[in-house]
Structure formats: C-alpha cells, structure tokens
Design a protein around this ligand. Sequence first.
Ligand SMILES: [Zn+2]
Length: 75
Amino acid sequence: MGGDVVEKKVEKIVKGGNDVAILRVKAGVCEKCGERIYTKDVHKKIEDIRSELKQKATEMYKPIGRTYAYESVIT
Ligand SMILES: [Zn+2]
C-alpha cells in the first residue's frame, strides 16, 4: 500500500496440489508497490478454484500446456 489503489483485471496463478490454473481476476492494485487487494467474493472464488485443483475436479478448466519443475535452486 502507500499509493493510490486502481481497479484492474490482473492475471492470478493459483496452485492446488501439483496443478496450476491461470485466472483473470478483478483486483485493486496499489500504484506504488503493486500489492493487490481482492474483494471477499473474488478471494472466495480463488480459494474454491484452489480446492477444485487439489481435488482434481478440473473438467471445467481448459488445458493450455504443461508445468515443469526445475530441479535445481537458482542462485
Ligand atoms: Zn503499496
């Protein structure tokens, strides 16, 4: 915080278990530090999606690629 908060549509990456979903969400974004604030409804929806990913209930999601884990620590 510390700057003006502007409403924007932002990309949000949600991880549940080993699965990941890319979402477009409405957020208040601090112009100064980029911190995001979500409404209660958006936050709830994000957590619902996280649970669905964990439970592998992903029929509604469109697969767009593969996710890889890079084994080494990048320093
Ligand atoms: Zn800020």
